[in-house]
Design a protein around this ligand. Sequence first.
Ligand SMILES: Cc1cc2nc3c(=O)[nH]c(=O)nc-3n(C[C@H](O)[C@H](O)[C@H](O)COP(=O)(O)OP(=O)(O)OC[C@H]3O[C@@H](n4cnc5c(N)ncnc54)[C@H](O)[C@@H]3O)c2cc1C
Length: 457
Amino acid sequence: MDRRDFLKIFALTLIGSVSIACGEELQADRAASNKKRIAVIGAGLAGLAAARELHGQGYEVVVVEARDRIGGRIWTSTKWSDMPLDFGATWIHGIQGNPLTDLAEQIKAKRLTTSYDRTETYNTLGQPLSQAEEVRMEDLRKKVFGTLEKAQDEDADVSIRQVIEPLMHQFDKSSEAYRFINFILSGEIEQEYSGSAAKLSAQWYDSAKEFDGDDALFVQGFRVIPEFLAQGLNIELGQVVKEIQWHQSPVRVITQKTEFTADCVLVTLPLGVLQAGNVRFTPELPRNKQNAIAKLGMGVLNKCYLRFPKVFWPADVDWLEYVSERHGEWTEWVSFKRAANMPILLGFNAADRGREMEGWSDRQIVASAMETLRKIYGRGIPEPTDYQITRWATDPFSLGSYSYNPVGAVPKMRQELAAPLEKSVFFAGEASNQDYFGTASGAYLSGLRAAKEILAI
Ligand SMILES: Cc1cc2nc3c(=O)[nH]c(=O)nc-3n(C[C@H](O)[C@H](O)[C@H](O)COP(=O)(O)OP(=O)(O)OC[C@H]3O[C@@H](n4cnc5c(N)ncnc54)[C@H](O)[C@@H]3O)c2cc1C
C-alpha cells in the first residue's frame, strides 16, 4: 500500500474534517478489506513489535509518535562517528531464550558481551578493594540480601531502606561498613531497578523474571532492532497525542496537529507519561487502571559518556565500581576499552541521585565525574575530549527511565495496566509486562501480547 492509499483509508485528516474519515468512501474501503484499522501510539519497541505483527497480518496500521525519531527509550547516538552509543537500553540482558537474541540473529547484528566477572571495585580512597575489604563486602552483601529475603516472608510490605536500616544502624555513618551497605543498595539494587531504596518494595522489587546467559550489546547500537521492526510500517513522527476518545466508533486519536481515526488503539505510552496525565482519555480510564498507573513507580537511570585521548584505567575490565562517600554518586562505570577498544567510560547515576543530577549543568556533571575518576586514577589523568549526557526524568516523552515496584504496588497491577478497554483500547509497553518489566525484552514481548489480543477480536 502506498502512502496515498494509506492516508485515504486512515483518513489522516486535519481537525475539522473528521467527517471525511467516516465518509462513504472509507466505509466502502473497510467493507472491501474487512481488516481492522489500528492506531499504535508510540514507536518504541512495544509499539513497533505490535505494529509489525499486525501489519504482517494485513491490518492497516499507523504508528503515531511524538518524537522526530523511532525507538523511544532505545536511542543510539551517532555523535561520535566511530562509536555509536546508546542513551537508553544498551544490553540484551540474558541472551539465552531471549526473543531479542532471535531478532538480532535474524538481522545478523554484531554483538559484544560484557561480563560482571571483569569488575574492579575501588574503596572510598580510590584504592582497589583489599582482600579483607572484599571479604567484608561479601559478608555485608549476604546480610543485605539475606535480610531482604526474610522480609519477603512477612505480610506487611515496607521499603528496602526500612528493611536494611537496622543493619545500617549497627555502624557509624562514617564507617567503611556503612558505606559498603550504601554501595550495595545503590550499585546492585538502585542501578538495576531504577527506584530509590527508600521507595522500592522489599516484597516485590525483584519480582521480574530474568533470561539466562551473558549480557550482549550491539556494535552498531541497539537502534538496529527498532530500525528492523519499523521496516515497511507507516509511522507518523512529530505527532504528540493529546487525547484519545475511545467510547465511540471509530476511536479518535487527537494530536497537536491532526487527528487519526481507527477501529482500535494500542497505547504504548511510558508509565511516566501516563502518570503525568499528559494524554487525556475520554472517557476517563477505569479506576483500577488509574490506580495501577498511580501506584507503580517510574525510576531513573542516567548515563554520562566520557571520551578520553587515551585509556588510563585497567584495560582488561568491563566494570569499574566506586564506594562513594555520597550515596549512589558515580558508583558504577563501564569501560569500552576491552569490548570495543575505545577510550570511553560510561558513568551511571540512578534513582534519587540520578534525578538530582538532571538539574545540574553538563559542566557540573562532567566535573563531578572527573572528581571521582581523579580520586581513583590520580590528578594526572587527562580531561575528556568530549562527553554525552542523558536526562531521562525530564524527557517529556518518557518522564523516567523504566518502571519499578515501589511500596504499595503489587505485580498484578501490571496486568491491570495491560488490560484492554472493551475492544477499543489496548495497552503495551515495558511497564505492562508483569514478567519482564523494565527491560527492552519486556517491551517487545508486551507488544506481541497486545497484537495477539487485537488479532483475537
Ligand atoms: C538509561 C536507560 C538504560 C536502559 N538499559 C536497558 C538495558 O540495558 N537493557 C534493557 O533490556 N532495557 C534497558 N532499558 C529499558 C528499555 O529501554 C525500555 O524498557 C524499553 O525501551 C521501553 O520500550 P517501550 O516501547 O515500552 O517504551 P518507549 O520506548 O518509551 O516507547 C514509547 C513511545 O511513546 C512515545 N510517546 C510518548 N508520549 C507520547 C505522546 N504524547 N504522543 C505520541 N507518542 C508519545 C515516546 O516518544 C516513545 O517513542 C533502559 C532504559 C533507559 C532509559
